[in-house]
Design a protein around this ligand. Structure first.
Ligand code: PRP
Ligand code: URA
Length: 226
């Protein structure tokens, strides 16, 4: 991996320290994302690309996972070797589009648990409404990765993060494919403790609160509903 660029962003110039924004840059991620943006890319390919990018982003999202040392007998000799300190991680897709990111991350972390939050933006107010919530037992003390391809106004992400915090979660990170500056700012204002990982920061939002240039409606493109 080429790694990720860190920004302790301060969009409002308040000087307050915000959680880090990690813009994950890599030639494969960028090329695949460009293909996803193309209006002519069919759903089947869009889904595969989303899965592949999620897996690639996974390397950076997990970079700071805590480690411990264990004793292992190799065919040659015994030694002390690094392994993950925790064995409980939770991936939380925001339905629907977030589902498209789960398989790629599970390929990387097959031991992870998956919880679901169903949110849909009201098409007139653009405000999210929760319609589903189901988490794995005991997930509150795990590292929780909230995933959704699009961070537009930030309303859905902020609601999902608040809902998880209200249920006792303290170790949260947010993973998006494309973010608008407005969405990043909204999350950083409401949840300054949550690191955000994105593959691209786009120009802004149009009057329908869609990301510009973006890739359109992620849920519709993943599931071929429009
Ligand atoms: C999309 C997207 C995010 C949300 C982003 O979902 O997947 O969840 O919009 O917008 P926001 O940052 O302004 O809240 P949508 O509500 O369209 O539901 P869907 O995934 O079921 O299509
Ligand atoms: N939701 C999407 O799917 N796309 C956008 O650009 C904004 C919200």
């Amino acid at each position: 991996m080429q790694g990720s660029d860190f920004f302790e962003t301060d969009f409002q110039g308040t000087g307050a320290i915000m959680a880090s924004l990690h813009v994950i840059t890599h030639p494969l991620i960028e090329a695949k994302l460009t293909r996803m943006r193309d209006v002519d890319t069919p759903s089947a390919e869009f889904r595969s690309l989303l899965k592949e990018i999620s897996l690639l982003m996974g390397y950076e999202i997990t970079r700071d996972f805590q480690m411990k040392t264990i004793e292992v007998q190799t065919p040659i000799q015994k030694g002390e070797f690094p392994t993950l300190k925790e064995d409980f991680f939770t991936i939380v897709p925001i339905l629907r589009a977030g589902l498209g990111m789960v398989d790629g991350l599970l390929e990387l972390m097959p031991f992870a648990h998956v919880g679901h939050i169903g949110l849909v933006r009201n098409e007139e107010t653009h405000m999210p409404e929760e319609y589903y919530y189901k988490m794995p037992e005991g997930f509150e003390s795990s590292v929780v990765m909230v995933v959704d391809p699009m961070l537009a106004t930030g309303g859905s992400a902020c609601d999902a993060l608040s809902s998880l915090k209200a249920r006792g979660c303290t170790n949260l990170r947010l993973v998006n494919l494309i973010a608008a500056p407005q969405g990043i700012e909204a999350v950083q204002q409401a949840h300054p403790d949550v690191d955000i990982y994105v593959a691209a920061v786009d120009q802004g939002l149009n009057d329908q609160a869609y990301i510009v240039p973006g890739l359109g409606d992620a849920g519709d493109r993943v599931f071929g509903t429009r």
